[in-house]
Design a protein. Structure first.
Length: 279
């Protein structure tokens, strides 16, 4: 595993976007957040905040509710109860649409369009009209460069590798300089070099734009690259802390070991509770 320290977030060099101000509400604030999907309660009374301008990792095993939580935050999930405020407004509020970038697990690009045409299309939806054409052109060129696809700008998306297609999806989410980026397992299936490059890009976006990134993963070594972590298990939050604090608190050397320690604690607590309720 690479020894990577994210370092403190900085807003020293902010060429675009709005840096967070100390008085700004957190990027996400959840209180008693509960989500029901079909017959199952998938998220159970979650309380947490996601601070602005940092990378928060959402980590946990497959099926623990990461995607559901992200869908709730971007406003596409039904049957959400409790409080869920995003950038100071209730999740799903129409004014949030242009302030949030969301990348789902399946890259959403048109195979029969080039990289640039894909971005032109989504840019035109975000900022329609002839008056915005110069701004769109600038935004598209910048986001293609941000994801390191300038040399492939005229390639058909259908001819790109899996990692390149993921980066086109990411570029779409970066259009319009969103304040909050919600990325659902953006590095899944990528080789170690691409994963490292993408994480460097995420840090660059947080540091230069002051953007907030919420990134899910079930790869624990990626947790070490985040400023903060939300560790999930079975629809609940096991821990909400920095990687350093988690390791210290659990007397472990890695976030993975810390997570396993917390899972064991939670299982033991569940068993004790079961015994007490059946007594
Ligand atoms: N449409 C649905 N109806 C009922 N249950 C669902 C539905 N979609 C997901 N679930 C259940 O909700 C739970 C959480 O799913 P979710 O996709 O949020 O997990 P995840 O942590 O993102 O998993 P992964 O890492 O595999 O993507 C799972 O137990 C899943 O079976």
């Amino acid at each position: 595993m690479m020894n990577y320290s994210p370092g403190p977030p900085t807003n020293d060099d902010t060429p675009f976007g709005t840096p967070p101000t100390p008085s700004a509400p957190p990027a996400v604030r959840a209180e008693d957040l509960t989500v029901v999907r079909g017959p199952r309660t998938v998220l159970r009374a979650l309380d947490f905040t996601v601070p602005r301008g940092q990378i928060t990792g959402l980590l946990g095993p497959s099926g623990c509710g990461k995607s559901t939580l992200m869908r709730a935050i971007v406003g596409t999930q039904a049957k959400v109860t409790g409080t869920l405020d995003v950038l100071g407004s209730p999740a799903g509020h129409p004014t949030l649409r242009t302030r949030i970038g969301y990348v789902t697990q399946a890259p959403s690009v048109y195979d029969d369009l080039t990289v640039r045409q894909n971005l032109d299309y989504f840019a035109a939806i975000l900022a329609p009209g002839r008056a915005a054409s110069e701004h769109r052109h600038h935004d598209v060129t910048r986001t293609i460069a941000d994801v390191d696809l300038t040399s492939h700008a005229d390639a058909l998306a259908g001819n790109l590798s899996g990692g390149q297609r993921s980066r086109v999806s990411l570029a779409v989410a970066l259009l319009g300089t969103p304040e909050l980026l919600v990325l659902d397992e953006p590095t899944v299936g990528l080789d170690p070099v691409l994963r490292r490059d993408l994480w460097n890009l995420f840090h660059d976006i947080a540091a230069r734009r002051g953007a907030t990134l919420l990134i899910s993963s079930h790869v624990m070594d990626e947790a070490e690259r985040c400023h903060r972590l939300l560790l999930m298990r079975e629809g609940r939050i096991l821990a909400d802390d920095t990687p350093d604090a988690l390791r210290t608190r659990t007397h472990t050397d890695t976030v993975e070991a810390a997570f396993l320690h917390l899972v064991d604690e939670a299982i033991a607590a569940d068993r004790t509770q079961e015994k007490e309720t059946t007594r």
